[in-house]
Design a protein around this ligand. Structure first.
Ligand SMILES: Cc1ncc(COP(=O)(O)O)c(C=O)c1O
Length: 400
């Protein structure tokens, strides 16, 4: 057919070779996926994990990334979502219905709690909060459907009694979902942990953090080992139209090769920082699960047997320091930038007022304002110097 220029631009005669070998897998971008013929159209299976019929269901690029994430985390199946929070919401929407009870650790990622409180207000789901350090505070009724775990927990970094909590949940046939962003599948295997080889039912991972490693994109995943749980999530994922772009998947895929090296470097730097922070008189408490004085240290040791502990460390300033002092400290930092998130190349800092963040009373936490340091890829000595300089700017409190 003699084509007009506009048609020829779309139906170009030359096609790039499809099967050359490259270091990174080829990138597929798709909303439409073209069926070879009507047989292929009518034989498609929307329920198939590797169904190539429309972009929202996935492409070889997204399936490759999903399979890799499942493997890193010790699971079998993976669904990808446009952010960690949307992966969390997928689990909540899939497994919770009116009248169900859901248990949440007091130190769970804040927006997860907010999402559940929203479901509580609108859909008649009951949210109950437990202390992750004390499995006795998890007292499920017969309506309990799901328990959320996070190891270590957000901001205050207590490592939970994973063994006690998972055993209790299993005894009551309650689904276990672990926010695995901190461990990233590297600190421990959530599907085979501890002396008893326990397993959670599903993990959620903000791939935004360590897998991406760039601090410049958002993605999340839900990994399972159980086929029937995966099928339920898969169906909800499909009907909600949750999907990610091929470009984003390819970027995360590219970063996976260096993830373990980055994670180990950031863990080591955080340990150096933690040891130095503990010597500074301005802090009432330094929070890091590898520190024997931190709450949950014994649980961390039981589960994270290779000694991995991610790149986060928090400090609680002595109560003499007011908000304006802590703000002056944060503003005086130069290498640490003020911003949310972690796992990227740039070190970040964030300040929190714990009084507004916890539902339960916690005796292991001192009074005072909290600052969380998220360690990037800079040299730890430079980071220590940065904090040392900023502490010099801090107004000395009037101690009688
Ligand atoms: C522990 C944890 N889980 C989940 C998320 C959500 O990830 P995202 O920012 O990709 O929505 C975050 C984000 O900070 C997080 O810290």
């Amino acid at each position: 057919m003699n084509k007009k220029p506009q048609t020829a631009l779309i139906h170009a005669p030359r096609k790039a070779p499809q099967y050359i070998s490259t270091v990174q897998p080829p990138l597929f971008r798709a909303s439409t996926i073209i069926f070879n013929n009507t047989d292929a159209l009518f034989n498609r299976s929307w329920g198939d994990d590797y169904d190539y019929s429309y972009g929202t269901h996935g492409t070889p690029t997204t399936f490759t990334l999903g399979d890799n994430i499942a493997q890193i985390e010790g699971g079998a199946y993976c669904l990808l979502a446009p952010s960690g929070l949307s992966a969390i919401n997928l689990v909540n929407c899939c497994f919770l219905a009116q009248g169900d009870e859901v248990w949440v650790a007091d130190n769970i990622y804040g927006p997860n709690m907010e999402h559940l409180r929203n479901l509580q207000a609108r859909c008649g789901i009951e949210v109950k909060v437990y202390n992750p350090l004390d499995a006795e505070t998890f007292q499920p009724t017969e309506k309990a459907k799901l328990i959320w775990l996070e190891a270590a927990g957000s901001v205050t970094l207590e490592f939970p009694d994973l063994t006690g909590l998972v055993k209790k949940a299993k005894a009551h046939s309650i689904l276990t979902a672990l926010d695995n962003t901190w461990g990233a599948g590297l600190a421990f295997n959530a599907f085979d942990f501890g002396a008893e080889h326990l397993s959670v039912d599903m993990t959620v991972h903000a791939l935004t953090k360590y897998p991406s490693g760039g601090g410049d994109m958002l993605m999340g995943s839900v990994v399972t080992r159980d086929k029937s749980l995966h099928r339920q999530l898969f169906r909800m994922h499909a009907i909600q139209g949750i999907s990610i772009s091929g470009d984003d998947a390819a970027q995360v895929q590219r970063s996976l090769a260096s993830m373990q090296l980055r994670y180990e470097h950031q863990s080591q730097s955080a340990l150096s920082l933690m040891n130095w922070l503990k010597q500074q008189p301005e802090f009432a408490q330094v929070l890091h699960p590898a520190d024997p004085e931190s709450a949950g240290h014994a649980y961390w040791k039981e589960v994270c047997r290779d000694g991995h502990s991610a790149g986060l460390v928090s400090v609680i300033f002595k109560p003499e320091y007011a908000m304006q002092d802590i703000r002056a400290f944060c503003d005086a930092l130069s290498l640490f930038k003020l911003g949310f998130s972690w796992g990227g190349p740039l070190s970040l800092v964030m300040l929190y007022d714990l009084k507004t963040m916890r539902a339960l009373q916690h005796t292991h936490l001192q009074q005072g304002l909290l600052v969380r340091f998220c360690i990037g890829l800079e040299h730890p000595q430079d980071l220590i110097q940065d904090i040392e300089n900023a502490l010099k700017q801090l107004k000395r409190p009037q101690i009688e």
